[in-house]
Design a protein around this ligand. Structure first.
Ligand SMILES: *Cc1c(COP(=O)(O)O)cnc(C)c1O
Length: 416
């Protein structure tokens, strides 16, 4: 059996390692690097105001804090990182979970309409997997009520709807430049905000924090190096894949732990200190080297998504993302099999047996998590989606041959 290419790769280059580490140690504060990247970002996004952030989560915390009065409701998708819910709560918001659509994995305008009212603090719209949520409809609906819209574009950096970049359509937008995102500063993000006073308040709060510790960033970088080496196609196909496959087929937790992204599903009682350390000059310079590839990489993933779509649209065994919602950038091509964890487990097992390396989406339906019990709402689509999404790889270097093999197996799949 021929070994496959890995299910994901980091968006790194040689510059992400030794040159970055040297830069980090050599130079301390440099307002010029910050300004240059923020200007480039402003131009790229076609917006007026952008500030970089320690993390995307910090941006959610700060935008909610400055747009929402304590105790107000924040209508949001439950199908997101649990820590995002923490940020909303710690910023003073009360999460109100709006159910999602299965095809897009995003909240629909209808579900927002049924929950939003003139007293709502904000609507938080997540564009998951790089697929745009119906942001213009939601914005128009909220504008009438005077409710601000915050876009979580952590997975959709560069995606557009009618030429407008996601994150710039609502009142505020946040992005991530974390280890697994399409700009990778090991840790980082950005916020854009329409209202100049709110932006100034957010920027003011950020400027009072101290820069991220170099030791912390080097540790992140070294972890990234291990991931990059393990998923290097040569090493992966010779070694890593066989270990992962063994772990998956024999259900060995000690191995599976490494593949499963860590999920902290607990409630927090405060914002951790490392969420507040400003991006360093070295990180800004690293981001600047990556910004120029973003659109090209995004197009490459969209082409791969088109191959998956045309290969699967004949079968009705899977829920596919819709083909007509803006310029999706498909961080992955998400498909759904059945309604239960067991159905997904059987599919993933079949794929592993036949030499594919694909994995589940690990996000949970946060509306059902014990940590957020007081905010529980019944969100049946989010529950089924969280149990059934399988992420098909679409990163730029993923070969068409592997896509074809994945498709052939998916078309052949007959659960018994
Ligand atoms: C990655 C991600 C975040 C958080 O980004 P950080 O920079 O790690 O804080 C938030 N929302 C979504 C949808 C994400 O994928």
């Amino acid at each position: 059996m021929r070994a496959p290419h890995p299910r994901y790769r980091l968006y790194t280059s040689w510059r992400s390692y030794l040159p970055f580490a040297i830069d980090l140690i050599r130079i301390e504060e440099d307002g010029d690097a910050v300004r240059r990247f923020e200007e480039a970002l402003t131009a790229f996004l076609g917006t007026d105001r952008v500030a970089t952030l320690p993390m995307c989560r910090t941006g959610i915390y700060l935008t909610v804090k400055h747009l929402v009065r304590p105790g107000q409701e924040v209508v949001m998708s439950p199908y997101t990182i649990a820590d995002v819910i923490n940020m909303v709560i710690l910023a003073g918001g009360r999460p109100v979970f709006a159910d999602i659509e299965r095809e897009t994995c995003n909240i629909s305008a209808a579900s927002v309409r049924s929950l939003v009212h003139a007293g709502t603090g904000a609507v938080l719209v997540t564009h998951l997997h790089g697929i745009p949520a119906p942001i213009r409809e939601i914005r128009d609906l909220c504008e009438e009520l005077g409710v601000p819209v915050i876009e979580d574009a952590a997975q959709a950096f560069g995606a557009r709807v009618d030429g407008e970049r996601l994150g710039t359509i609502g009142d505020a937008g946040v992005y991530s430049f974390g280890t697994y995102k399409n700009i990778n500063a090991w840790y980082g993000g950005a916020v854009t905000c329409r209202n100049p006073e709110t932006f100034a308040a957010i920027r003011g709060e950020l400027s009072r924090s101290s820069p991220q510790s170099g030791a912390f960033l080097i540790k992140r970088m070294l972890k990234g190096l291990v991931t990059d080496l393990a998923t290097n196609p040569i090493l992966f196909r010779a070694l890593t894949y066989w270990i992962i496959r063994f772990g998956q087929l024999h259900e060995i937790r000690a191995i599976n732990r490494f593949v499963e992204e860590e999920r902290d599903l607990n409630r927090r009682d405060r914002v951790p200190a490392e969420y507040l350390g400003r991006m360093t000059a070295a990180q800004h310079r690293l981001c600047l080297t990556q910004l120029g590839h973003v659109d090209r990489d995004n197009r490459s993933r969209a082409e791969k998504a088109a191959l998956y779509r045309s290969g699967l649209q004949e079968t009705d065994a899977f829920v596919l993302p819709p083909g007509d919602c803006g310029d999706s950038i498909y961080t992955y091509f998400p498909i759904q099999r059945g309604d239960s964890l067991e159905e997904r487990r059987l599919l993933l097992r079949f794929l592993a047996q036949h030499g594919c390396d694909v994995g589940p989406q690990h996000l949970k339906n946060c509306a059902d998590l014990p940590a957020f019990r007081e905010f529980h709402r019944d969100c049946p689509n989010a529950r089924k989606t969280a149990a059934s999404v399988v992420l098909l790889p679409s990163y730029p270097a993923y070969p068409v041959g592997d896509i074809e093999r994945n498709l052939a197996l998916l078309r052949r799949y007959r659960p018994d």
